[in-house]
Design a protein around this ligand. Structure first.
Ligand SMILES: Cc1cc2nc3c(=O)[nH]c(=O)nc-3n(C[C@H](O)[C@H](O)[C@H](O)COP(=O)(O)OP(=O)(O)OC[C@H]3O[C@@H](n4cnc5c(N)ncnc54)[C@H](O)[C@@H]3O)c2cc1C
Length: 412
């Protein structure tokens, strides 16, 4: 069948889905493109929601993936406020919660992820907030002002970013984390300590290595009770304890699911004609020879287009090195690579100076690297990661040695 008469359906109208739709048209697909999302707004990027948007420095338009007219101009049927309630891979159809059914020739699942809830006494009280959508950010923005007492539960990525923005808005902020250090799970203790010191220097009251027993309050949240008996007063509680991939549709349709929808390096699921991308996809990565589910802006940005090309039958291999960024106060950083385990951490530059590079080494090679407030090192770091060679740690640490020339003897 000619592709001009085909229908490609994308479920999830956010970054991965919108970029996929854009790519279908850019690649010359002339069939029907349906982009279906359960949110009321057109697709937008989420990183500003804990940063500039939350602080009122950027409006929705600056966060939107495309200008308002883009979808009509490119003949992309954007269906907002539309929940897909079922997929039938045998009949190649999707059903909306309204009962409407539509057939597809290719289907992309870009359903993203949803915040994990805390289940403690008082956890459902008004004033216990989560941050995923623009509406969540609007509610949070209303609750955070100079007189607010914000308690942030969880020091993964969302927690520290919200804590930083709340401090910048003049609120008093406490942050609670079960681990010994903020961001320790991904960055390890050495860089976790840098973020601990950063937040302490900005007046965040840190409670590390301690759990949450419950939220106290009668009508709404008034405080957070910790496992050490402390009760932190709160006018608002922000929970950032991770996300879970939205796999319900895939699971019900019988697709292979394990920490996300399982896809191969071409982003194809276990069902013919169905692809997945972004936060929901657990993607086989040929470089690491394992599946990785990334919850990063750049994965959605790049996997969406890659999936679109795969839907068109192109020969796609998704092998990009993972990348994410974070901005907290005046510390901006980019992280490249993947280092679930590492043997050594090497700094180039003094973290206390606020501008430094950091490398996570595994078996003598750079597994991941971060540039903090240094913005011209990205290409050299990418080259170092791509080279995948043994490196000499003292030379890596020496700012006088050119990074570009650092890849040493070929590794095994
Ligand atoms: C506050 C915040 C700050 C962040 N900051 C950073 C950052 O600084 N750096 C970084 O690298 N990453 C950051 N991220 C992560 C990044 O935003 C995500 O990785 C990215 O949004 C994933 O995009 P996605 O399109 O895969 O999924 P999502 O953005 O989750 O979108 C999925 C969409 O599908 C919709 N949907 C789900 N199920 C259905 C259904 N059945 N029917 C219809 N629609 C459905 C959802 O409502 C949603 O609109 C941040 C995330 C948040 C929430």
């Amino acid at each position: 069948m000619s592709q001009a008469t085909q229908t490609f359906v994308i479920v999830g109208a956010s970054l991965a889905g919108a970029k996929a739709a854009e790519t279908l048209r850019a690649e010359g697909f002339e069939g029907r493109v349906l982009l279906i999302g359960d949110e009321a707004r057109r697709p937008y990027e989420r990183p500003p929601l804990s940063k500039e948007y939350l602080r009122g420095e950027k409006d929705f338009g600056a966060a939107a993936v495309h200008p308002a007219g883009f979808y009509d101009e490119h003949d992309i049927e954007l269906r907002t406020s539309s929940l897909v309630s079922a997929i039938d891979p045998a009949r190649r159809s999707v059903t909306l919660s309204s009962g409407e059914e539509m057939g597809y020739d290719r289907l992309l699942l870009a359903t993203g992820a949803t915040p994990r809830r805390i289940s403690v006494p008082g956890g459902n009280l008004p004033g216990v907030l989560y941050l995923r959508s623009v509406e969540d950010a609007d509610v949070l923005r209303q609750a955070i002002g100079p007189s607010a007492q914000v308690v942030v539960i969880g020091a993964g990525w969302i927690g520290p970013e919200v804590a930083a923005s709340a401090r910048q808005l003049g609120a008093s902020v406490a942050m609670v984390e079960l681990a010994a250090l903020p961001l320790e799970r991904v960055l390890g203790p050495e860089v976790g300590a840098v973020y601990r010191d950063l937040h302490a220097a900005h007046g965040v009251d840190l409670h590390l290595g301690v759990g949450v027993e419950g939220i106290v309050g009668s009508e709404s949240a008034e405080g957070v009770r910790l496992s050490d008996g402390t009760v932190l007063p709160a006018s608002v509680v922000v929970v950032g304890v991770g996300v879970t991939p939205r796999v319900e549709l895939a699971e019900a349709a019988g697709l292979s699911v394990d920490n996300g929808v399982l896809v191969d390096e071409q982003l194809g699921t276990s069902a013919p004609g169905i692809f997945a991308a972004g936060d929901v996809a657990n993607v086989y990565h040929p470089r690491y020879r394992t599946r990785i589910r990334l919850e990063h802006w750049s994965a959605a940005l790049n996997q969406g287009p890659a999936a679109a090309r795969a839907m068109l039958g192109h020969d796609v291999v998704y092998d990009r090195i993972p990348y994410f960024f974070s901005d907290q106060y005046d510390l901006g950083m980019e992280y490249r690579g993947w280092a679930p385990t590492f043997d050594e951490v090497v700094f180039r530059g003094d973290p206390a100076s606020g501008a430094f590079l950091c490398f996570w080494l595994h078996r003598g090679k750079v597994a991941a690297a971060m540039n903090a407030n240094i913005w011209d090192a990205g290409d050299d770091i990418e080259a170092l990661l791509q080279a995948d060679r043994l490196v000499d740690a003292p030379r890596l640490a020496d700012p006088d040695i050119d990074l570009a020339g650092l890849a040493g003897s070929p590794g095994t």
